[in-house]
Design a protein. Structure first.
Length: 207
């Protein structure tokens, strides 16, 4: 994996490339995170659960609890929701430039946060097939308060490790789960988008 980190007025960005992984596999991962969450970051992740599970063909609105400990030593239950593109800040949506994307909102650290209207912040992940692998970009944007450069550094170290670990397990996990044809146990959504920036919209998810 190759990556570069930058920080601007929106937040922190990681531009990355990864060999041997496909855009379809990453699409599948977001609706099946519980199957590989510990593998995604073995040193810092605990098993993931879905208080609001994703639906086959449309994961938007799903909420997962992602227990984890970052490099700064904080252990946290983190409740995270998949967002509709039109409901996130325009400055974040404007960053969409690749052909697949997902935006998530960090809601809080207790299950009661599921109902909040004021997320702590957002994460945009985007990717597309390229030369035997994928290229991608991941962005952290603060909401309750701006992300500092130090916040961004801590998040980027964690996120870069996650992205790199896709190369170790995701193609095999995706292949193994092809045998599970029941979409209730193995959901899938094509996360392709048409357009870019604030004009970006999902092609395969109903409006």
């Amino acid at each position: 994996m190759e990556f570069a980190i930058r920080h601007d007025e929106v937040g922190t960005h990681i531009d990355w490339s990864l060999d041997g992984v496909t855009a379809e596999e990453i699409d599948w991962f977001w609706s099946n995170m519980e199957k590989g969450f510990v593998l995604w970051h073995p040193e810092q992740h605990e098993p993931l659960s879905w208080p609001v599970p994703p639906r086959h063909g449309n994961p938007l609105g799903a909420v997962h609890n992602a227990p984890q400990t970052w490099d700064d030593g904080r252990r946290q239950d983190l409740y995270i929701r998949f967002e509709r593109l039109e409901e996130v800040p325009k400055a974040l949506r404007a960053c969409i430039r690749l052909s697949h994307a997902i935006i998530v909102a960090g809601l809080g650290f207790e299950q009661a946060a599921i109902t909040t209207d004021t997320p702590l912040g957002y994460r945009l992940h985007q990717w597309q097939d390229h030369a035997g692998g994928v290229i991608g970009s991941s962005t952290a944007m603060g909401c309750a308060r701006p992300e500092t450069t130090e916040d961004g550094r801590i998040w980027a170290a964690h996120a870069a490790a996650e992205i790199g670990n896709w190369g170790h397990f995701l193609p095999d996990l995706f292949r193994l789960y092809r045998v599970v044809t029941d979409p209730r146990r193995n959901p899938f959504t094509d996360l392709s988008v048409a357009g870019s920036g604030n004009a970006a919209r999902y092609i395969h998810i109903p409006d």
